[in-house]
Design a protein around this ligand. Structure first.
Ligand SMILES: Nc1nc2c(ncn2[C@@H]2O[C@H](COP(=O)(O)OP(=O)(O)OP(=O)(O)O)[C@@H](O)[C@H]2O)c(=O)[nH]1
Ligand SMILES: [Mg+2]
Length: 397
């Protein structure tokens, strides 16, 4: 607060001086008539003494606010320009955002020249940082939907991979007729689903990652073939790696009263198959392997080569993440699988993964499994039924 006294001949003169020196915000605290000091003053004319005050903090704040406002305005302009560029790329990454604008004193003159370069004001840095976060959210949220049709958003929410979504949308766009979008969508999805309806024959090998349900599926298939189709079935396992794996399959073989053999080395394979030559179908269970482990996959390949069959089914769970589907489907391609068995349909409510698997594998689905019950939870599903699942019109409970 500044307090100042003015002596003037009249109030007009006092106010003019006060305004000039203290500004328009100044207020008059008091006024009184006085004589000049000293003896001469005693005989002189009375003059006016006016006391005025101004809140200098207010003035400083106002000035600071004004400066800050300017800075913020410039920050916003700078960010807006970044966003304008970035919206085209749909993301706003850290490299593009004002940390370097604010902190770097080496920023070349030019684009950010008049913005906030060289200002180390913590408050502004914080605010700009908050704005950056907010803008990122906005871009990834509502702005992320710009240019995306309802259909695209729906497909993405069904867990279809980007390439599958793109393929579906392109196919629909290429359809030059007046049918409803929903009808076209179903037709496109159905056309992307291939099912292998042919009967199982000779030697069938199941391969796939750990825990997807290979052994359980072998037991289900054996049950279906033996109990319903009255076929002669033999079971072989090469899974001596996991404790209990052999017993798991032996138990099913015992219950169904069918031949069962465990293979410990490659040279035993031909012999075991020969021993079961009276069987209509021989089902071979394998050890769950990571598709990333090339040595294990090569080992499996050597076993399969010994079997000399073209009936190799890749077993994969429909709960597998998109990125993992890619790795599994491609990693197992070395085994030249002929079909896909998709398991655990009962464990999810979005089935986009089915199309993702098929698009990458480019092989038909032989079976799907829908629960843990042996032998009933296995079936062949037609493209129509699978399309309904994939599009969310049906679910497996
Ligand atoms: N919910 C559900 N569970 C299943 C299905 N198929 C198998 N499972 C379960 O998945 C678990 C693993 O099944 P396994 O048959 O042992 O899997 P695997 O692929 O042989 O496993 P490894 O031999 O260890 O590689 C078991 O608890 C099964 O009951 C299915 O369709 N739905
Ligand atoms: Mg197993």
């Amino acid at each position: 607060m500044i307090i100042k006294r003015y002596k003037a001949n009249n109030m007009n003169e006092a106010i003019t001086r006060i305004r000039y020196e203290l500004g328009n915000e100044a207020i008059i605290i008091s006024q009184r008539k006085i004589r000049k000091s000293g003896v001469i003053g005693f005989f002189s004319k009375r003059i006016l003494e006016v006391t005025a005050a101004v809140d200098n903090k207010k003035e400083e704040d106002k000035k600071r606010r004004h400066d800050n406002k300017d800075d913020m305005k410039q920050s916003v302009e700078a960010i807006k320009r970044i966003i304008d560029n970035k919206i085209k790329d749909t993301t706003l990454d850290d490299k593009a955002v004002p940390n370097n604008i604010i902190k770097s004193s080496n920023t070349p003159r030019g684009f950010y020249e008049n913005s906030i370069v060289d200002k180390n004001n913590d408050a502004i840095i914080r605010e700009v940082q908050q704005m950056k976060n907010m803008l990122n959210e906005v871009i990834q949220g509502s702005y992320g939907n710009i240019g995306r049709s309802k259909l695209q958003i729906r497909l993405e929410n069904s867990d279809f991979s980007h390439s599958v979504v793109k393929k579906i949308l392109n196919s629909i766009n290429a359809m030059d007729d007046d049918r409803e979008e929903e009808v076209k969508l179903k037709e496109v999805v159905k056309s992307m689903i291939k099912v292998d309806n042919k009967e199982l024959e000779h030697v069938v090998v199941l391969v796939g990652p750990t825990g997807v349900g290979k052994t359980t599926t072998i037991a289900k298939l054996a049950g279906k073939l033996v109990l319903i189709e009255k076929k002669k079935v033999g079971l072989i396992t090469i899974d001596t790696y996991r404790i209990g794996a052999v017993e798991q399959l032996r138990t099913y073989a015992d219950i169904m009263n069918i031949p069962f053999q465990v293979i410990f080395s490659m040279k035993d394979m031909a012999k075991a198959i020969d021993n079961m030559k009276s069987c209509d179908i021989i089902l071979i269970d394998t050890t769950g392997r990571s598709s990333k482990n090339e040595m294990q996959i090569s080992e499996l390949r050597a076993f399969i080569d010994k079997v000399q069959t073209s009936n190799v089914h890749l077993v994969i769970s429909c709960t597998t993440k998109n990125k993992d589907i890619d790795v599994i489907v491609n990693g197992y391609k070395k085994l030249n699988y002929s079909d896909i068995i998709i398991t655990k349909l009962d464990e999810t409510s979005t089935y986009g993964s089915i199309l993702n698997i098929l698009q990458l594998a480019k092989k038909p689905i032989s079976f799907v499994t829908t629960g843990q019950n042996v032998p009933e939870d296995i079936k062949i599903m037609e493209p129509e039924e699978l399309a309904k699942l994939v599009l969310g019109e049906d679910i497996i409970c």
